[in-house]
Structures are given as C-alpha cells and as structure tokens.
Design a protein. Sequence first.
Length: 191
Amino acid sequence: MDNETKQLIENWQKRNIEGFFCADKIEAVEQLLELVPSSASVGFSGSQTLEQIGIIEKLEERGNKVLNPYKSGLSSEESLRARKSGSSADFYLASANALSKNGELVFLSAYGNRTSGIAYADNVIIVCGVNKIVPDLEKAIKRAKEYATPLNYKRLNWDASRQMCCQVLIIEGETSPGRLKVILVNDYLGF
C-alpha cells in the first residue's frame, strides 16, 4: 500500500468510515465474505465493480438472502420491489462513482435505491477500484457526471434524453461507528 492510499484510509477513519485495502479482486471477495455473515440479507445497487468481482453469486451460493433486482425474469414491478427491499437489508453493497483523496464518496442514482440504501441501511459496504480516486470533491462530482454517467448510458443502452443522474449522494462522514465500510481494491474496477 502506497502513502497516498494510507492517507486516504486515515482520512476515512477521521470521518468515522472504516477503510480496507485489498491487493486484488480475490482478496476483496474474501474481505466481503468475512464482513457479511452468512445469515444476513443483502441488498445491492447495479454496479460493474460488484459484477466484476462476482460477489453477488458468491453470496447466493453461500446461502445469503440476496435481494436481487436484476434477477432474470423479474417484471419491472418486481425489480422495483427488490430495489426497495434491498435498501433496508441487513447489508447493502454498492460502489462509488468517485472517491476524493480527502475521503468524500460520490454516488449517482437513477431510481434512488442506491442512495437510499447507502444512506439508510444498518451496514453498508462500498467496493471501489483505485481508478475512482480523484484529488478533491469537485473533481469527484465531475468524474461521476462526466465520465461514469456516459459510460452507464452506453452500457444500459439508455437514450440520452432519459435522466440517469436523478439523485446525488455525497458522503462526507458517518455518525455511527462501524456502519460504513469501504473496500479499496488495487485494481481498475467499474467506471
């Protein structure tokens, strides 16, 4: 772990956010499985990062109750219900669109389940690759809106006239010790 990464984790600690550094995807999955009990329900937001590390399948295989709004065959209404239920699960998993070196985390959401899950769930774990680190909050917001959003439009095949960035959540700190954890992976994950 380099000095900048150590400083970022220290900045999170000052903000009451617990930070973990993982050398690769395998270590990140192991860390997540250690943090999430097998008896816990798990909600999550759409995330290329979570998909790339394969954590949802691992949790389902292990027997966790995973509230998956992206499960094949769900109607739009069933998907929306799973999103709402997932935001109040025992654990909520997501990835940030950007992280500032100061420790702020920036999230955009189309439907609100992502922002509500992160803000409301009893236990939140954010997984991010080092590619999402930027110098400050202003650049983090810019990265989220001008870099991640267009890539998500393309990935989801959304028409550009359809609003994707409906909610913006900026985490500057946490009041409840142990509620919010960030797993920083020494890899390029998501966008």
